[in-house]
Design a protein around this ligand. Structure first.
Ligand SMILES: Cc1ncc(COP(=O)(O)O)c(C=O)c1O
Ligand SMILES: N[C@@H](CCOP(=O)(O)O)C(=O)O
Length: 433
């Protein structure tokens, strides 16, 4: 597999290089030179395969011989060892639950796959791998678990102070060992900018073996395509082959992976991006003018992203053609009051307890359906377990949530985090210390 930069199509790097460099020096993002198409026969018979079999097929199509087949199979089976069920709430609306991994968020697909790919390529390495990750809540927790105790690696998580849920913060700050956290007095966008600046700093790149565990890293994006194929397979087994995906979106890695799956041949009618008040993309799709603005804090905190990193990848996938993007992607945004109402309606009408991000996706899926009648299944993605957001629910509703195994353990651990202003020099000194 060869990759170019969204800023320079003549650049050509190997998969291994893209994984460890994370970001091209020209500040673009890596994209595959060729998007592999899965055979129509495989898609037509996809219902007979398991999630792991589908994941392997998709990973192989991208990675080819960069990781030999037997090793890739073992890697996929080890990484994707949890469920992702599609559950129908009504005749034509279903939820794809992506929170059954160890950090209770969809990030486990990307983080577990990426940590194993890095481990595979690092077998002969002796230098410490410094993994940097900016998080608005969930990525950090998944990456921490993906790398916890992995020899030869150290993870530094940057998160915005006071802007993640209590449970998320516990998942970021209580592991110790090779995981450390920095509590940044700023927004997620500030955290992401600090990480990107670190990659462009000559001294840091010379002295440290830095890599990113955010979705800017292509090794995070590939595994996020797996579950779109898997959702399609589950619907196909019920005789449904027309569907619209609604994706709760912040940094646009998740929907970017869905669109990549579509370009690989997955039959999807439409993708609906659902955002909170951080609505840079919904505004862009209407106005054609891309105007990121500082992120605002919302109930769906993991989507508090003002300048989504992966949007450039989506533009690249559609050759910068806005009308083509508009043909495939619709977008809606919601405020906190609408989010709370949606949580309430999902609970009362469907007996379904959804996290705020998921509730926003459901709202957008219903709005799209109202405007576009048709005989398709509307599948919205549930990206996090509701137990991560106790403040989003009335106490009696929260009490009904079945806590996943281990969820209570975090509360007993001590928080360890370094407080920091949005100050690149301070961050750099921390990394070099
Ligand atoms: C629970 C949850 N939902 C949705 C999102 C948005 O996903 P993306 O940043 O890939 O758009 C995130 C953060 O990534 C998240 O943690
Ligand atoms: N919402 C994310 C933000 C960064 O995620 P990434 O997928 O772009 O790495 C989070 O929860 O941290």
């Amino acid at each position: 597999m060869k990759l170019y930069s969204t800023h320079n199509k003549d650049l050509s790097v190997s998969f291994q290089e893209a994984v460890f460099n994370s970001l091209p020096a020209d500040k673009g993002l890596y994209m595959p030179e060729e998007i592999p198409r899965l055979e129509p026969f495989f898609i037509a018979h996809i219902a007979q395969y398991s999630l792991q079999e589908i994941a392997l097929k998709v990973a192989q199509a991208f990675i080819g011989n960069d990781i030999p087949a037997a090793d890739l199979k073992a890697l996929v089976e080890d990484a994707i060892n949890f469920e992702a069920p599609v559950k129908f709430l009504s005749k034509d609306t279903a939820v794809l639950e992506l929170f059954h991994g160890p950090s209770y968020a969809f990030k486990d697909f990307g983080a577990r796959f990426m940590s194993r790919v890095m481990g595979y390529f690092s077998k002969e390495e002796t230098d410490l791998l410094e993994v940097l990750v900016a998080t608005s809540g969930d990525t950090g927790g998944a990456v921490a678990l993906g790398f916890l105790g992995v020899e030869g690696t150290r993870v530094t998580i940057l998160y915005p102070k006071g802007k993640v849920s209590k449970v998320q913060e516990q998942q970021l700050t209580t592991h110790g060992q090779n995981i450390r956290a920095i509590e940044v007095d700023g927004t997620f966008d500030d955290c992401q900018a600090l990480v990107k600046q670190a990659f462009n700093d000559e001294e840091l790149s010379k002295k440290l073996r830095l890599t990113s565990a955010n979705s800017i890293n292509i090794a995070r994006l590939i595994p996020q395509t797996f579950y779109y194929f898997w959702a399609y397979a589950q619907l196909k087994s019920q005789g449904i082959s027309e569907l619209v995906f609604t994706v709760p979106s912040g940094n646009f890695g998740n929907i970017g992976a869905g669109l990549l799956a579509y370009k690989m041949g997955l039959p999807v009618n439409k993708f609906v991006a659902a955002t909170n008040l951080n609505d840079t993309v919904p505004r862009y799709l209407v106005s054609g003018s891309y105007e990121p603005k500082p992120s605002v804090q919302t109930l769906a905190n993991a989507m508090d992203v003002g300048n989504p990193s992966n949007w450039v990848r989506i533009q690249d996938l559609f050759d910068q053609d806005l009308s083509e993007i508009q043909g495939m992607v619709s977008a809606y945004s919601y405020d906190d009051e609408q989010t709370r109402e949606a949580i309430d309606r999902l609970y009362k009408d469907f007996n379904y307890i959804a996290c705020p991000h998921t509730a926003i996706a459901w709202l957008a899926s219903q709005a799209y359906k109202k405007e576009h009648a048709g005989r398709y299944a509307s599948v919205f993605l549930s990206t996090a377990h509701p137990c991560k957001f106790p403040d989003a629910f009335p106490a009696e509703v929260f009490a009904e949530i079945t806590l996943p195994e281990g969820a209570q353990d975090y509360a007993t651990q001590e928080k360890q985090a370094t407080a920091m202003a949005v100050d690149f020099e301070a961050f750099k000194s921390f990394l070099l210390a």
